[in-house]
Design a protein around this ligand. Structure first.
Ligand SMILES: [Zn+2]
Length: 434
């Protein structure tokens, strides 16, 4: 199988050069590998030719945090529908969280997820193993065995690890097997029973709030323990200014700390939560950590621009319309994000010239992969042909019909955006085409 992509625009940075210049290239994929790249026309016999004039050619995106719900909650999403949502968003690799049913706390569950992802063949799904058995926060899982089955990281995501002793033990053991610990930072003594950020909005609507400190206390703990143990500590979905300050300080003192941020924490705050016709808050704006204060949101934006964040993660968390139409106190936490992530970051940070396109792509590919030791994010001869084509010039509006996910719980409906992925290639195979 030989495929030619002709007349695509890209950045010399993404071709592995030191510069960041716009350049028009032709690129050949032979089977699963990029076999030729040239600024001159490429002649030869091809099974398929894609004219990419006017489109931007990017390495496939990597998402450090998704929930594909399989096994156990396939009515929300499964590995196939989640992979389709990923492909529609330009993603070719995702890291899946272990809060499935059963929990990914044993090698067979991990191995099955990996096998399912390979059988589906739309997106590379890299599973994580849970830190504690059954996500119960009591006893540690067998990290070496989980890694042996294919886990790329250890995390109890969905829940904070309440025991300091257990978290320290986890960091020590993870260092021994060379895996990062991904921390869903949440001190439940400050969050239990809360649905949205604790602040003016939670007061106004009389909804129990989640204190900002519930996150930063755990992130400060993680930074301190990373320093003590030498382990790789990664803060998931960071949402508060205080957390960012702790991460900045740890990074500047050389501690192996990395952090990610999600598009919703960059672009929405608690004041943006939609109000339904009955005057109550709409649960499609409910996720954990919650949309924070405007000040926290602005701090997240600043930390994205100044390089404190290593990657952008969607925390794609599908739920059925029935579940999300419940009162906000009863509805589950989480929103979907794969299909809208790049268009949001492109529209709000690149088009506004706060980030270069090359940096935006790095935050969503190379740097995200590096967290897990995955080499990717450059258009190089001999590299795996994971790429996407992006339409940067045609505006589009997000609506229900836009999503490939089984669910549509997104607060970004009706947003007018640029940067729609129009074609995605995973290991040389076209897995999405508009
Ligand atoms: Zn989480």
């Amino acid at each position: 199988m030989k495929l030619l992509i002709s007349n695509a625009t890209t950045s010399t940075h993404l071709l592995g050069e030191d510069s960041d210049q716009e350049v028009t290239i032709n690129l050949v994929i032979t089977n699963s590998i990029i076999s030729e790249i040239s600024i001159r026309p490429i002649v030869g016999e091809f099974d398929q030719i894609i004219d990419a004039k006017g489109l931007f050619l990017s390495p496939g995106f990597v998402d450090p945090q998704v929930h594909f719900r399989e096994p156990g909650m396939e009515y929300k999403e499964d590995i196939e529908s989640g992979s389709k949502a990923a492909a529609k968003g330009g993603f070719t690799q995702v890291i899946s969280m272990p809060n499935t049913t059963p929990v990914a706390d044993t090698p067979p569950v991990i191995a099955n997820m990996k096998q399912r992802s390979q059988d589906v063949g739309i997106c590379k799904v890299h599973p994580t193993g849970s830190l504690s058995i059954g996500l119960a926060g009591k006893s540690i899982t067998d990290f070496k065995a989980l890694k042996g089955a294919g886990a790329v990281a250890i995390t109890d995501d969905g829940k904070g690890v309440q025991s300091d002793a257990l978290f320290k033990l986890a960091l020590t053991l993870a260092k021994d097997v060379n895996l990062p610990i991904l921390d869903h930072a949440e001190d439940e003594s400050l969050s239990a029973g809360g649905s949205i950020h604790r602040g003016k909005i939670s007061q106004k609507y009389n909804v129990k709030g989640i204190a900002a400190d519930s996150e930063s206390i755990h992130i400060e703990r993680g930074c301190n323990l990373a320093k003590e143990t030498g382990a790789h500590y990664h803060a998931l979905h960071v949402s508060t200014k205080k957390s960012i300050d702790a991460i900045k300080q740890a990074k500047s003192s050389g501690v192996k700390v990395t952090a990610e941020v999600s598009p919703h924490h960059l672009l929405l705050c608690d004041e943006d939560i939609a109000v339904k016709s009955d005057g109550s808050l709409d649960a499609n704006w409910k996720m954990n950590p919650p949309l924070r204060s405007r000040q926290d949101m602005l701090a997240c934006q600043q930390a994205l621009i100044d390089g404190t964040f290593d990657a952008i993660a969607t925390d794609h968390a599908p739920h059925s319309p029935d579940e999300k139409s419940l009162p906000i106190e009863l509805a589950p936490f989480g929103i979907i994000g794969l299909e809208t992530a790049f268009p949001l970051i492109y529209s709000y940070f690149v088009k506004t010239q706060q980030l270069t396109l090359a940096r935006c792509v790095d935050l969503m590919s190379k740097q995200a992969g590096e967290l897990f030791g995955i080499q990717c994010g450059r258009l190089l001869i001999g590299a795996c042909a994971d790429i996407c084509l992006l339409d940067l010039s045609t505006p589009f509006t997000v609506d229900d019909s836009y999503f490939a996910s089984k669910s549509n719980n997104s607060p970004f409906k009706e947003f007018a955006l640029y940067g729609k992925p129009v074609l995605t290639i995973n290991s040389g195979k076209i897995v999405y085409q508009e």
